[in-house]
Ligand binder design. Structure first.
Ligand code: UT7
Length: 332
């Protein structure tokens, strides 16, 4: 029996209109454009403004783009997986809300919380469902409204993050293209360096937790940076080694957009020139689960059938990983 593989057959994306520039941040916290650019690579990030709007409102736009591009009836989608750490509500799953808003009436849906590696984890899960032979059309969304959990008086975090969504359609591959291999890793002991202190079952929200600003991202930047550089570079290299891929074989590296210096370290370890690395951190900042599909969205027209593409991520948890995809289509 021939093995079924899962191929990405379409990409959608959405970023909100509002651009929060480094200049504007200079008026909010003690920082400056030069520091932010040189330490992170971010120039501006998008922010979802407006009452009552959440991650699902961005995710649904990315899903609708895919449905329109492919001319698919929403009822044909079997499953939707949403990677996010900023769900609309603690429950129900944002994936359920996206399905409702996009009319995916036949899809079962659930959220996946693996922070900045969420999209990679969800992509691997969705691919496995396709490989099982039971499902034919799965949408994987990566979305975060990071502005909902960022303290805009904390200069160490507010300069990095932004809002955005990306999505991909997975279908059974008809040739040798598709998701070829993944290495995914988790280490919960890293939670001390990157987490949200309150709002979970250990410390439910109270007036005191709100006043203590415990519902925002807590990050020890330097510690996370060290783990991220090593984790993302090592796992990407390991994936190349175990599949006998050389730098010449790889058309694109799609790295999580957390910090330009982490991206550079990963590309160096893989011996890849800058021209093969997708970088849009300057436009969107770190959109957590949104970064990888937003890169695919921005570069979709340049991707060619048969291209070897390596996706790599590192994030809260800690979680990290890399995935090798043989790109399945030319988009015109
Ligand atoms: O995506 C999830 C995973 N997250 C990551 O991968 C993030 C990893 N970490 C980072 O990207 C970096 O650690 C940051 C961008 C968060 C910070 O950069 P850094 O080079 O590690 O800076 P630092 O925290 O070591 O701070 C260096 C200096 C400090 O001043 P002193 O103590 O040397 O006088 C900070 O107070 O820079 C100061 N600083 C700032 N200065 C201007 C910190 N934030 C700012 C700021 N503007 N926004």
């Amino acid at each position: 029996m021939t093995k079924i593989t899962a191929a990405i057959t379409s990409v959608g994306g959405y970023v909100p209109e509002y651009r929060l520039t480094n200049k504007e941040l200079e008026t909010m916290v003690d920082t400056n454009d030069e520091w932010i650019r040189s330490r992170t690579g971010v120039e501006e990030r998008r922010i979802l403004k407006g009452e009552g709007l959440g991650s699902s409102d961005m995710g649904v736009e990315a899903v609708k783009e895919i449905l329109a591009k492919k001319g698919i009836d929403p009822a044909e989608i079997d499953c939707l997986i949403c990677a996010t750490v900023t769900p609309d509500m603690v429950f129900p799953a944002t994936a359920n809300i996206i399905c409702d808003k996009a009319g995916l009436t036949n899809a079962f849906s659930f959220d996946m919380g693996a922070a900045c590696s969420g999209f990679l984890f969800a992509l691997t899960t969705g691919s496995s469902l396709i490989e099982s032979g039971r499902y034919k059309k799965i949408i994987v969304v990566g979305v975060d409204k990071m502005s909902s959990i960022i303290d805009y008086s904390d200069r160490a975090t507010c300069i990095i993050f932004g809002d955005g969504a990306g999505a991909v359609l997975l279908e059974p591959s008809v040739d040798e293209t598709g998701v070829k291999d993944s290495i995914l890793k988790s280490d919960g002991s890293g939670r001390q360096y990157l987490h949200m202190k309150a709002g979970g079952s250990v410390k439910p929200a109270t007036v005191e937790t709100v006043l203590a600003k415990e519902h925002y991202v807590y990050q020890e930047g330097q510690a996370v940076f060290k783990f991220a550089v090593k984790g993302m570079a090592d796992v990407s290299y390991e994936l190349m080694q175990r599949n006998n891929l050389t730098a010449d074989d790889i058309a694109w590296l799609v790295p999580h957009q957390a910090n330009l210096r982490i991206i550079d370290a990963t590309a160096n370890r893989m011996d890849l020139p800058k021209e093969k690395v997708m970088i849009n951190i300057q436009k969107y900042g770190n959109t957590t689960a949104g970064t990888l599909p937003l890169c695919l969205w921005d570069w979709e027209k340049q991707l060619k059938k048969g291209d070897n593409v390596i996706l790599a991520a590192f994030g809260g948890g800690f979680t990290w990983g890399a995935t090798w995809i043989k790109w399945a289509y030319d988009s015109n």
